[in-house]
Design a protein around this ligand. Sequence first.
Ligand code: GLA
Length: 408
Amino acid sequence: MRCVWWTLAAGALLCLPGGAGLDNGLARTPPMGWLHWERFMCETDCGKNPSGCISEQLFMQMADMMVSNGWLKAGYRYLCIDDCWLATQRDENNRLQADPTRFPGGIKKLADYVHARGLLLGIYQDVGKATCAGYPGSQGFYELDAQTFADWGIDLLKFDGCNYGTLELLEDGYRRMSIALNRTGRNILYSCEWPLYARRLTKINYTEVAEYCNSWRNFDDIEDSWTSLKYVIDFTASLQGELVAAAGPGGWNDPDMLVIGNFGLSWDQEVTQMALWSIMAAPLLMSNDLRDINPRSKALLQDQEVIAINQDPLGVQGYRLLKIQSFELWEKPLAGGSLAVSVTNRQEIGGARLFPLSRAMLWQGLACKKTCYLTQLLPTRYEYGSFNATFFLQLSVNPSGTVLLRVD
Ligand code: GLA
């Protein structure tokens, strides 16, 4: 099922059966896991920063945490390495190799460790001559690198787009790596940054991107701040006509990592990220320190009812319906005619404000035409119960916070 959001006034949604993302059997729902970049970046000095440097020890510890602290059980399955894992040179056969001091066991051994715990291992490379941090890129070696990843037991590739040369090389590289991964015969989820880089030079053909990639970044890197979060949310809404149509089982827009559990977001802003990433059917890749995370952020990230909205099998990306008096109303059609609805208060002065939500503001195709059952999931769970077709609620929403509801 593919849905196209088409007019703001009518709030109309056109849903058509049919094609979706890359047909490799993977990412039928948005991928969930952990990715090192936002929190750990390119720290390579293990002498000075032993617990925060990019090393096999960091990933082994995160793997242990993912299993022992309920993350895997909650659905977070992909443990992903980002940039700065590589040695500065390829080996004598041109094969990639991990930095020998920080990954003394090599990637294959790390993959075995991760797999033994029921997790999957993701890795990072770049379509160009060098990665964004300057390590050897894949240009000229797509087939060899895809085979190396398959030999090591890699389950996901994040493929960055720095140092690509020309637009033709960039686009061709993304296509070739997709084909090369497929030819290895191993299930390797393919996470692209193609549109983020190509957008600067051309109009994106999302139908094509979705044919080659399981997920794709559209905008700049997320940071641990409310400013950054707002930028990603606004950018997504401004392009939703294109983005919503492109998403579906097998291929997802990636607004970048969840930064919940770090330093920069207030509680209400953490709620906003979790609610909106679920509404947007975004990959849920956390970047935080699972060895040290506060219980409230952990409970938010592991909330099964919120995750169910993100992972809903219909696979439709939600969209912004309305922007009025510094409120934003978003909705996401769910399987069986249900709906997820969120209201964000974007007025950053004063206290909580009331938003009047009525049935008439929501998707007209909503199945509960006679009786709707309403449950508030965030910021706290509350069952409003059954309503007739003309329900009307006054939702209290904190500044920079979000109320997330489910309508069944
Ligand atoms: C780019 C990507 C980031 C991260 C860094 C690593 O900026 O967009 O997500 O992978 O490179 O260098």
